[in-house]
Write a protein that binds this ligand. Structure first.
Ligand code: FAD
Length: 261
């Protein structure tokens, strides 16, 4: 089975995340790490490879510094990776990100399964996986916490929809996004780290893609734009009053009665 796993480079903290003037995310390769949820995606890909055999390749769309997350993925055990990078891809929203990843994955070709993390810690929309499935015109299963069965034709997985799980079967090729309950990501071995040092990652640019129209990528291909960035102000007008040894909230939560506590 040939598996693609999508990994994104995200800032390692949430300080100075947005440029207030341009409304875009501030990218700094030095303080960036692999998106924590994508470690679970890599782990899931490796577990499926262990179960049914095959190969796993990581894809990341980003600037040159994003190669770091491919190195981390190889250190964990994936077989190789592709850096999807071109100035034409800059400023992409969910729609354009998914379009670019779908074109890159199609360009490499032959994948039975694409695995994404549940969400990122910067953009945080949790929508790329299903947008990717839509662009590729294949089935998408979100928030997978367990792969119940998988063979060369189908995948059956348990999807976490909050209050309930849904066990769903769909034909391959498919895209899934995985949750953090799917198994602890492994720690890179010394052997993995050494292979990662030697790994060469092909760069996929606009010229390689089947659709070379740059209006379909990056800022031009995006359907959304940020109008304003502002800090949220948390206000509280509640007082805590003591009555008979119990504490009650007054103000916004005035309707909470003694019997409710
Ligand atoms: C309205 C809006 C405007 C934006 N404008 C800008 C902008 O101008 N400049 C800018 O830099 N960013 C911008 N962003 C952020 C950027 O669009 C998102 O980072 C991108 O769309 C991916 O979405 P996400 O981070 O929410 O991914 P999610 O849907 O939360 O991620 C799910 C999974 O998809 C995969 N994935 C997501 N992105 C990548 C990637 N790049 N490479 C590989 N795998 C990936 C990962 O497996 C990840 O776990 C904007 C976001 C929004 C909502």
């Amino acid at each position: 089975m040939k598996i693609a796993v999508c990994v994104k480079q995200v800032p390692s903290d949430n300080k100075s995340l947005m440029d207030k003037k341009s409304g875009t995310l501030i990218r700094n390769g030095e303080t960036s790490v692999i998106n924590p949820y994508d470690l679970f995606a890599v782990e899931m890909a490796l577990r499926i490879r262990e179960r049914v055999g095959g190969e796993v390749f990581a894809f990341t769309m980003g600037a040159g510094s994003a190669k770091k997350v491919l190195i981390d993925s190889v250190a964990m055990g994936v077989d190789g990776g592709y850096l999807v990078s071109d100035l034409a891809f800059a400023g992409a929203d969910v729609f354009a990100t998914a379009k670019t990843l779908s074109e890159a994955i199609t360009f490499v070709g032959g994948f039975d399964l694409v695995i994404c993390g549940r969400q990122t810690t910067d953009g945080d929309t949790g929508e790329v996986a299903i947008a990717l499935a839509t662009h590729m015109n294949i089935c998408g299963l979100p928030f997978v916490n367990e792969v119940v069965e998988i063979d060369e034709k189908n995948i059956t997985a348990s999807c976490d929809f909050g209050k309930h799980n849904a066990i769903t079967k769909c034909p391959l090729p498919a895209v899934i996004s995985v949750d953090k309950d799917c198994g602890l990501p492994r720690i890179p071995s010394l052997r993995g780290k050494l292979s990662a040092k030697k790994a060469v990652f092909p760069v996929i640019s606009l010229d390689d893609l089947f659709d070379k129209n740059n209006n379909n990528y990056g800022l031009s291909g995006s359907k959304t734009s940020v109008l304003r960035i502002y800090n949220t102000v948390f206000e509280t007008s509640n007082n805590i009053i003591k009555e008979g040894g119990l504490e009650f909230l007054k103000g916004k939560f005035e309707s909470v009665k003694k019997g409710d506590l």
